[in-house]
Design a protein around this ligand. Structure first.
Ligand code: ADP
Ligand code: MG
Length: 252
């Protein structure tokens, strides 16, 4: 897991229109920004500002109606093994144990059993689930399920980690722990991360840069650089200023 494995993401003039029963919805319009290799970028914005739509377009799960997303120099047109994806609602396989869920992508990728075992063990240790490796998702708390989701996404050693409100459904204390673990993993692996959240504090705590979105139509209102040294806490110099700045942008 070396830093030179990290990808660059280039979102170029992306638009997405949905045609619903209530008429057309311009979910995204003229969205452009880049995520540098190894950079941690958060996408924040009010509900309905197109964050999930953009996440799905970057993931190749949805085609834009205009513009292009590039992963390094390749246009993204379908889901790609170089991306590790973490959803808010976990999307774990209920019939598979923790081990089985974490190993899923490696099985699909035809990784030999002994190497797979070793890699799965490493990841289960990394996310602190060694005691639960034989458990099923229904036996786990929300925070534990999201650890499984993260380990599963990391298993294939993706060049980009894409996350849509991954800690949105866990309690505040667990959320802080998961944020710290994610930063630790990011620091050790050097992955490029694109992380969607509606939680401004979370964005200021995690990101190198925050892409702030506006609704109706969904577009980039501003990109805010967070130049506060890590690890960060709310009381650090500059933390509150960045928070207020983003809050103002979202309120307007
Ligand atoms: P966010 O994640 O920021 O809350 P979404 O990307 O989910 O925003 O939604 C952006 C806009 O697109 C909203 O107005 C939403 O209602 C609309 N939208 C999202 N998905 C669909 C869909 N499949 N069909 C029609 N409209 C959609
Ligand atoms: Mg969303």
């Amino acid at each position: 897991m070396a830093i030179d494995d990290a990808s660059r993401v280039r979102v170029e003039d992306v638009g997405k229109r949905y045609d619903s029963d209530q008429g057309p919805v311009q979910a995204l319009e003229g969205v452009s920004f880049e995520v540098e290799p190894g950079e941690f970028v958060c996408l924040v914005g009010p509900s309905g500002s197109g964050k999930t739509t953009l996440f799905r377009v970057v993931a190749g799960l949805e085609r834009p109606t205009s513009g292009t997303v590039y992963l390094d120099d390749d246009p993204v047109t379908e889901p790609n093994a170089d991306m590790g994806i973490v959803f808010q609602e976990y999307h774990l396989f209920p019939w598979r144990t923790v081990r089985g869920n974490v190993g899923f992508g490696l099985e699909k990728g035809g990784v030999p059993a002994d190497e797979r075992e070793r890699r799965v063990q490493e990841l289960i240790d990394l996310v602190g689930l060694a005691e639960f490796e034989g458990s099923y998702p229904k036996e786990l708390s929300g925070g534990m399920k999201q650890r499984v989701g993260l380990a599963r996404a990391l298993a294939v050693d993706p060049a980009l980690l894409l996350m849509d409100e991954p800690f949105g459904a866990v309690d505040a204390q667990t959320k802080e722990m998961l944020q710290d673990e994610l930063l630790d993993i990011w620091g050790r692996t050097g992955k490029t991360v694109l992380f969607v959240t509606h939680d401004i504090e979370e964005a200021v705590k995690l990101a190198d840069r925050v892409v702030v979105m506006d609704a109706d139509p969904g577009r980039v209102s501003e990109i805010v650089e967070i130049d506060v040294p890590r690890p960060r806490s709310r009381t650090d110099d500059g933390f509150g200023e960045h928070y207020e700045r983003i809050l103002d942008l979202i309120r307007d």
